[in-house]
Design a protein around this ligand. Structure first.
Ligand code: FAD
Ligand code: NAP
Length: 338
């Protein structure tokens, strides 16, 4: 296993930020991870695991060891007439897994088509889109506890999944390397086109006329039309989470902004699209130096070319302050800051 010193991370984060890792390595097996963890050289070195770098903002060089997860493999570990359980290596590309499932007619993740990044990162923020989340198909995951060096399994409950959230963003942040993820897909068609954008695309078609391939292709097409291509314009998708507020605050805001949109969640909170709020504050399509809010979706912050991570971070702070002043809502960053 090769350890590289002063590795540029420019091509390893979708913001395209030009930062360096003091040390860098790639791992293809649990044994290789163990080798790194046991090496005396890295005993007191900060570690950072990355997959596709599509949910990370580097505000400075990383003064430690960056480990790129490349453990591969998709294995059907059990299967019956109605479902299949897959064990997937954390280094598999998420969208390749979606394609694998769609081609086999395994239903459950087609709404999550074209989300960048690795399978191993999918539980970290419980990736979600178009009314589906990874937790809906999640069984358990395997990984290495960095404190003890032991292999551990976490089931769905233990992962404490929430809205774009899990235990791996809190108690286990940077303390656990996910090495494989177990997902249960169904063989019975379960089409979910609840989101307006999908309903519109499928018009009056009966659900029985729609395949998961149709859903996957439609989601991919909509996403391509709305989101910036990371190869052209650096970004990490939605920079902020959609805030959830109480009913009273929502109805007060409704008086002030009659066109405000809200979606009631199971716990009675109301989710307000952060993109709408940011747009209302006048940020959509606005550029500040090398960074800005994307013209088609205000929630996406972009790097126009030579931005530093600090510029992106500062813009995000200005937007947070502005939204708090105008709406009394404190936006939370969804992207992981290092
Ligand atoms: P990275 O960015 O490499 O890492 C993210 C975090 O997870 C870091 O804290 C890292 O340390 C940690 N991590 C990564 N791998 C491991 C591992 N194996 N073990 C332990 N920790 C690990 N997200 C959504 O939820 N829904 C969307 O629809 C969506 N759309 C996007 C669209 C675009 C254009 C972009 C750029 C991003 C989008 N995202 C979306 C965000 C992102 O794609 C997901 O969060 C994805 O899961 C990140 O995967 P990654 O491998 O790139 O993670
Ligand atoms: P959109 O369809 O314009 O909707 C705007 C927001 O309203 C979304 O954020 C969504 O919340 C919410 N919403 C819409 N219909 C809803 C419904 N029926 N029930 C509950 N909430 C609803 O959003 P978009 O920007 O084009 O994105 C489409 C989907 O892709 C969304 O699910 C979004 O989360 C996902 N996406 C995520 C990222 C990321 O980086 N996290 C980037 C791009 C797209 P939710 O966000 O909770 O779904």
């Amino acid at each position: 296993m090769k350890i590289i010193e002063n590795q540029s991370l420019k091509n390893l984060n979708t913001f395209g930020l030009d930062v360096n890792a003091r040390f860098y390595t790639e791992v293809e097996s649990i044994e290789q991870i163990r080798e790194v963890l046991q090496s005396a050289k890295f005993k007191n070195t900060p570690l950072l695991i990355i997959g596709g770098g599509s949910n990370i903002l580097f505000t400075k060089d990383f003064d430690g060891l960056v480990i790129r997860m490349l453990i591969k493999g998709v294995e059907e570990i059990s299967c019956d007439d109605s479902s299949v359980i897959l064990r997937v290596g954390a280094g598999e590309i998420w969208d390749d897994l979606v394609k694998y499932c769609v081609n086999k007619n395994y239903s459950g993740i087609e709404n999550l088509s074209l989300i960048p990044g690795s399978v191993g990162a999918s539980p970290i923020q419980n990736i979600g889109a178009y009314g589906s989340e990874v937790k809906d198909v999640f069984v358990k995951l395997e990984g290495i506890n960095l404190t003890t060096g032991e292999i551990e399994f976490y089931n769905k409950e233990e992962c404490k999944f929430g809205y774009r959230d899990s235990i791996f963003k809190h108690e286990l942040r940077n303390k656990f390397i996910i090495t494989s993820v177990f997902l249960k897909l169904t063989k019975q068609l379960k089409i979910n086109i609840e989101y307006e954008a999908l309903k519109k695309e499928f018009g009056n078609l009966d659900l029985s006329e729609i395949t998961i391939k149709d859903v996957s292709e439609t989601v991919s097409r909509i996403r391509r039309s709305k989101l910036p291509d990371t190869n052209v314009l650096g970004n990490a998708g939605s920079f902020f989470k959609n805030p959830e507020i109480g009913e009273e605050q929502f109805s007060n805001l409704k008086q002030q902004f009659p066109d405000i949109v809200g979606y009631t969640s199971k716990d009675g909170k109301i989710k307000v699209p952060a993109g709408w709020i940011i747009q209302k504050c006048g940020w959509k399509g606005k550029r500040v130096g090398n960074v800005g809010s994307y013209e088609k979706q205000a929630l996406v912050l972009v790097n126009y070319g030579n931005a530093s991570g600090k510029e992106v971070f500062d813009l995000s702070q200005t937007i947070i302050n502005d939204v708090e002043t105008k709406f009394g809502i404190k936006l939370e960053r969804e992207v992981n800051i290092f």
